[in-house]
Design a protein around this ligand. Structure first.
Ligand code: KG4
Ligand code: ZN
Length: 334
C-alpha cells in the first residue's frame, strides 16, 4: 500500500503544534511552540492571549515543520485538525487554518478529538493491543476507557468534579509554584515525604474519580497553617498530595484490571508525563500481568503528532469532514 502522509494541526490550548505523520505511526517532523512562559505570568492560560498567539504563530509553525520534513503541503495526503475539546478561540484558529489548507491544496480534511489524540500518542513508534484499558489524565479530563478496537470506546469512569491535572495545577498555585503546576509538584515531591495526612477519597463502587475533596483539603490545610503562623513544608505537602492523587488513579485502575481481566493498559494525556504515576501504574500492571504502554515524554503533553496518529484510522475509513466544520469546546470520547 502507498504510504500516507498526514499534516496535522493542534491548537486546543496553549501549544501551537504542526506535524507530518507517516502511516499513523512515524513522525516525519514535529514543531511545538509553547506559550507556557507567557501564561505562567498570569498563573494559568488566558484564553484571549492564547488564541491571539496561535493566530500570530501558526504560519511560522507550518513553515518550520515543512522545512524539517523537506516536504510541501502538496506532498501530503490529508489535513487533520483537533476540533474538540479545548478553548473555543484556540481551537478555531487551528480549524480555520486546516480548512484553508484543505481547500487550497484540495486535500481531505479529518477532524480529530483531542482526547483520542492523547490515546493514539501510544501508537507512535508502537502498536496498540486490544482490548485495552486507557487512562486519560490531563488538565481537563480524567477518564478510564475500555477500548476494544480502533475507535471502539466504552467509558468506564470519569471524574465527577476536577480533573487530576487541574488539581495538580491548583495545589501548585496555593503553595506558590508556577504554572503549569504538574511538573513543578513532581519535582518538589521528590525532595519531600508523605508526612501530611490528607483525607482518603470516598471508596465507592464505581470507576469514577473525584479530586475536588483532595484539592480543597490541601487548600484548607495551607490556609489554616498560615493563619496560625506555622510554616508549611512545601516538599512534604507536594509529596503527600501527589501520593493521594495517584492512589485514587491506581485504585480505580486496579478495580478495572480485576473485574475486566484485560491485560493491556495505556496511559495518556499531559499528566502521564509524571514519573511517579508511570512507576506506580507499572507496578500495578506487573501485579496483574498486564502490559503497559506509555507515550514517549514528548508525546504526553499537547502535540500535533498524536493528532496525525489518531487521524490515520479515519483516513483509512475515508471519514472526512466538510469545510463547514466547526470547533466545539466540550466533548467526551464516547
Ligand atoms: O494534556 P495536556 O498537555 O493538556 C490538556 O489536554 O489538558 O495536560 C496538561 C496538564 C496540566 O494540568 C499539567 O500540570 C499536567 O498536564 N502535567 C503534569 C506533568 N506534566 C504535565 N502533571 C503531573 N506531573 C507532570 N510531570
Ligand atoms: Zn491535552
Amino acid at each position: 500500500m502507498k504510504d500516507v502522509f498526514i499534516l496535522s494541526i493542534e491548537t486546543s490550548c496553549d501549544e501551537t503544534s504542526i506535524a507530518i505523520v507517516k502511516n499513523g505511526c512515524e513522525v516525519i517532523a514535529l514543531t511545538i511552540l509553547t506559550q507556557m512562559d507567557t501564561h505562567s505570568d498570569f498563573g494559568g492560560v488566558v484564553p484571549e492571549i492564547a488564541s491571539r498567539m496561535h493566530t500570530e504563530n501558526i504560519t511560522m509553525v507550518l513553515e518550520e515543520t515543512l522545512k524539517k520534513a523537506k516536504m510541501e503541503v502538496s506532498d501530503c495526503d490529508a489535513i487533520a485538525v483537533t476540533y474538540t475539546p479545548g478553548l473555543l478561540g484556540s481551537l478555531l484558529v487551528g480549524v480555520e487554518f486546516a480548512k484553508v489548507l484543505s481547500y487550497v491544496y484540495d486535500l481531505p480534511l479529518i477532524k480529530v478529538n483531542h482526547l483520542i489524540g492523547h490515546i493514539y500518542a501510544n501508537k507512535i513508534d508502537n502498536k496498540l493491543h486490544f482490548p485495552t484499558l486507557a487512562l486519560v489524565i490531563s488538565g481537563g479530563h480524567t477518564e478510564l476507557i475500555k477500548m476494544t478496537d480502533d475507535y471502539e470506546f466504552e467509558l468506564l469512569g470519569e471524574t465527577l468534579d476536577d480533573a487530576i491535572g487541574e488539581a495538580f495545577d491548583k495545589v501548585a498555585r496555593v503553595i506558590g509554584l508556577k504554572y503549569p503546576g504538574g511538573p513543578n509538584i513532581e519535582k518538589l515531591a521528590k525532595e519531600g515525604e508523605n508526612s501530611y495526612k490528607l483525607p482518603k477519597m470516598a471508596n465507592d463502587d464505581t470507576y469514577n474519580f473525584s479530586y475536588s475533596g483532595l484539592k480543597s483539603s490541601v487548600i484548607n490545610l495551607v490556609n489554616n497553617e498560615r493563619q496560625r503562623g506555622n510554616e508549611i513544608n512545601k516538599a512534604d505537602l507536594a509529596c503527600s498530595f501527589q501520593m493521594a492523587a495517584v492512589e485514587e488513579l491506581t485504585r480505580k485502575l486496579e478495580k478495572a484490571l480485576k473485574e475486566t481481566d484485560i491485560k493491556n493498559v495505556i496511559i495518556a494525556g499531559g499528566v502521564s508525563a509524571n514519573k511517579y504515576i508511570r512507576s506506580e501504574v507499572q507496578k500495578l500492571c506487573d501485579k496483574y500481568d498486564a502490559e503497559l504502554s506509555l507515550p514517549e515524554f514528548i508525546y504526553c503533553t499537547d502535540n500535533a503528532a498524536m493528532i496525525g496518529a489518531a487521524a490515520y484510522p479515519l483516513y483509512l475509513k475515508k471519514e472526512f469532514a466538510d469545510l463547514d466544520l466547526n470547533a466545539k469546546s466540550t466533548s467526551n470520547i464516547c
